[in-house]
Design a protein around this ligand. Structure first.
Ligand SMILES: [Mg+2]
Length: 146
């Protein structure tokens, strides 16, 4: 399996490389580099950081989904931002899963296995379900300020 990790944090790049030693791990430190990789190389999944300089992960995600190459690739967002509004944005823009940093390696492997094993139809259904759940949680967060 070939995985593209997009993160400006070198430690995360290294950790993912070590965690996914059975995978061919490609690395991009920013959104433009990631889009350049995807134009040339088909990958089985993208691990995408949200907070990056120049272009944030949501913008990269929208570019991936709107592009010609890799528009269907499973995308797992990796981020320290944990607010439900961000989850809503991610699922609305087409993310398949969302891992909040710091995440465990088992969690990462499980998320990857899950998103890469789903059919396109199942992924669409799962995304709609996650979006609904995130919208509900965002309303609760907004109402109670938690
Ligand atoms: Mg970052």
């Amino acid at each position: 399996m070939r995985v593209l990790v997009v993160d400006d944090d070198v430690d995360i790049q290294t950790m993912v490389r070590m965690a996914l030693e059975d995978c061919d791990v490609l690395v991009a430190a920013d959104g433009l580099a990631a889009l350049a990789v995807l134009r040339q190389t088909p990958v089985d999944a993208v691990l995408l950081d949200v907070m990056m300089p120049a272009m944030d992960g949501f913008a990269v995600l929208r570019r991936i989904r709107g592009g010609e190459n890799g528009a269907d690739v499973p995308v797992v967002m990796l981020t320290a931002k944990a607010g439900e509004r961000d989850h809503v944005t991610a699922y609305r823009d087409g993310a398949d899963a969302y891992l909040t940093k710091p995440f465990g390696l088992d969690e990462l492997e499980a998320a990857l296995a899950e998103v890469t094993s789903r059919s396109r139809r199942d992924r669409t259904a799962a995304r709609a379900e996650e979006l609904e759940r995130a919208e509900l949680l965002a309303r609760i967060e907004h109402t109670f300020g938690v």
